[in-house]
Design a protein around this ligand. Structure first.
Ligand code: G3P
Length: 217
């Protein structure tokens, strides 16, 4: 299972990278705005900064919602750095753009997926990644994990190579349940990744080992 961090915060990206378990980064316009990164040139530079910290794929989202606009923006993003993945919205023109980029060998991430039907279309269009937002489904009393299971079944039925990128992950149990179902990738906050470290018995056991070591020295 690949671990992506879902942030535009460079310090958090560095911390996750230093932990040695990071496979990539996802961003979106809201995450950029949260870090105060505004204006096209600053946003493009920020993507390059992120690529220079991590070794894996970095999803960069287009703002255009029409086919021509997405192609223009996507090509500009893809030229920024070899690690860039063009992130496209799950709308008709986004699917057309996904097909265009996958035919050209440019990696894509179809975002804002909330149904298995949308996931099927993204796979048919050759998406590299497809991002179902599980936390936002949970927010409206719909089990986001059920969607991951449904998509896993459909993709396995036909051998689709599109990777299921569980997004809108909010906490450690989302990560663990996605791992059990077989999501290929999860993208979440640093807090959820670090949450996996925690167990009181680890802390108690370590303290005891150190105490016992000191007794003999
Ligand atoms: O990965 C998508 C993500 O950024 C959305 O997360 O928590 O705003 O639903 P959230």
């Amino acid at each position: 299972m690949k671990f992506f961090i879902d942030t535009a915060n460079l310090d958090q990206i560095r911390e996750a990278q230093a932990l040695g378990v990071l496979d990539g980064v996802t961003t979106n316009p809201s995450l950029m705005a949260k870090e105060g990164i505004t204006g096209k040139n600053n946003i493009l530079k920020h993507y390059v900064d992120i690529c220079n910290i991590v070794e894996g794929d970095v999803s960069a989202e287009v703002i255009a919602t029409d086919f021509e606009g997405m192609i223009k923006e996507g090509e500009e993003l893809a030229e920024l750095h070899p690690q860039i993945v063009v992130k496209l919205p799950m709308i008709a023109d986004g699917i057309k753009a996904c097909k265009y980029f996958s035919d050209k060998g440019i990696k894509t991430n179809v975002t804002l997926v909330f149904s298995a039907g949308q996931a099927l279309l993204a796979a048919k269009a050759g998406a590299t990644y497809m991002s179902p937002f599980i936390g936002r489904l949970d927010d409206i009393s719909t089990d986001g994990l059920d969607l991951i299971s449904e998509i896993r079944l459909i993709y396995d039925n036909y051998g689709f190579e599109t990777q299921i990128l569980a997004a809108s992950v909010r906490h450690t149990m989302h990560i663990m349940n996605c791992a059990k179902i077989g999501a290929d990738v999860m993208t979440g906050p640093l807090s959820a990744i670090k949450g996996l470290l925690k167990h009181p018995l680890t802390d108690i056991g370590l303290a005891q080992f150190l105490t016992d070591y000191k007794k003999g020295n």
